[in-house]
Structures are given as C-alpha cells and as structure tokens.
Design a protein around this ligand. Structure first.
Ligand code: COA
Length: 159
C-alpha cells in the first residue's frame, strides 16, 4: 500500500490551482513530494531554482509535503523516492488527452507507476500558468490566482 505520492509539474509559476490539488493530495497521502521538473519541453519564465523556491514557500503550511527539484524522467525520480504513485490535476475534458497519453507513457517507461487524477475546486478550473503570466505581463490583479509571494516574483520579472 502506498503512503507516499509525487505531484510533478513545471510550476512556472505555482498557482492557487496547483496548491488546491496539493492540499487535496496532502489530505489523502501520508507524505507528498511536490516535484519541480527541470526538463519540461517548454521554455520557462522562472529558473528551476526560482520555481522550486516559490513552491517551497507555497507549501510551507503543509507539514507532510516536501518540495524537490528533479531533472530526468519523472518515473526515475519516483523510483529514487521509492514511490509509484503520481498525482496529476484534471481541470477539464481538454486536459484528458494529454494527461492520458502522459500517464500511459509513464506506465510504459515504468509499469509499476500509477497515475491518480484529482479534480481542482470549481473556482480554479480555468487557471493555468500561461494565463497567470499573461495577466502579470499586462499588470492584471493576481490576488485570487496566485499566493502573494508569487505575485511579487511575477511583478519583478515583468517590471
Ligand atoms: N491549476 C492550475 N494550473 C494547472 C493545474 C491546476 N490544478 N494543473 C495543471 N495546470 C496547468 C499548468 O499551469 C500548465 O499550464 P501552462 O501550460 O499554461 O504552463 C499546464 O497545466 C500543464 O503543466 P504541468 O501540470 O506543470 O505539467 P507539464 O505538462 O508541464 O508536465 C511534467 C510536467 C513534470 C509532468 C513533465 O514535464 C515531466 O514528466 N517531465 C520530465 C520528463 C518526463 O518524464 N516526461 C514524461 C515521459 S516522456
């Protein structure tokens, strides 16, 4: 039986939607590792170190969550943590195809890996990191979308 789960992502930057999923996972599993990916196939606004630090600050209130960066395959990172459960958020039908193929690819790479999908609370369903970055660039109000320290980091990037 698994008591530990990994919640991997790019988190560029982490949003209240991600934190909502993280809190749900932390309420289900004894320990959750929030794994910040160094290899995501997309260019990022924040460096791996910056994304990791923003995640650490965001998870400070959750005593059973550890934040760790990783650079290789997520399945190899999971193995290194003796964990075979991956958590992913499923926001809408539009997420399904991508998430399904990612889950199958990860299972092909490591058959023991199981992916569990959690659904965010309704108010976060529309959120994505791209939307946040666009809003930040255009000086939009981010107070209901990201934690305060993330809003400050974004304002700093776009000043
Ligand atoms: N709230 C808000 N936004 C959410 C969300 C939620 N609950 N769930 C997903 N998202 C958004 C993200 O913000 C992101 O938005 P963006 O595209 O606008 O930036 C998008 O959904 C997906 O990002 P994320 O969840 O971070 O996943 P990802 O597609 O970037 O993949 C890994 C991250 C870590 C799972 C993947 O890159 C990976 O596994 N990398 C390592 C290499 C590897 O093993 N690849 C897989 C097998 S080949």
């Amino acid at each position: 039986m698994s008591r530990k789960a990994i919640y991997p992502g790019t988190f560029d930057p982490i949003t209240l939607g991600h934190i909502n999923i993280l809190e749900k996972a932390a309420g289900i599993f004894e320990h959750v590792v929030l794994a910040v990916s160094g290899f995501t196939g997309k260019s990022t606004l924040f460096s791996l170190e910056e994304r990791t630090e923003l995640c650490r600050e965001s998870a400070r209130h959750l005593s059973n969550v550890t934040v760790m960066p990783f650079t290789g395959l997520v399945v190899d990172f999971a193995k290194s943590q003796s964990c075979h459960v991956l958590i992913r958020g499923m926001r809408a039908v539009s997420d399904f195809e991508y998430e399904f193929s990612l889950a199958l690819a990860n299972k092909k790479l490591s058959p023991r890996i199981e992916t569990i999908f959690l659904v965010p609370s309704l108010k976060y369903l529309y959120l994505s990191s791209s939307i946040i970055k666009q809003a930040a660039q255009l000086k939009g109000n981010l107070s209901d979308l990201v934690p305060r320290h993330v809003a400050i980091a974004l304002a700093d990037k776009f000043k």
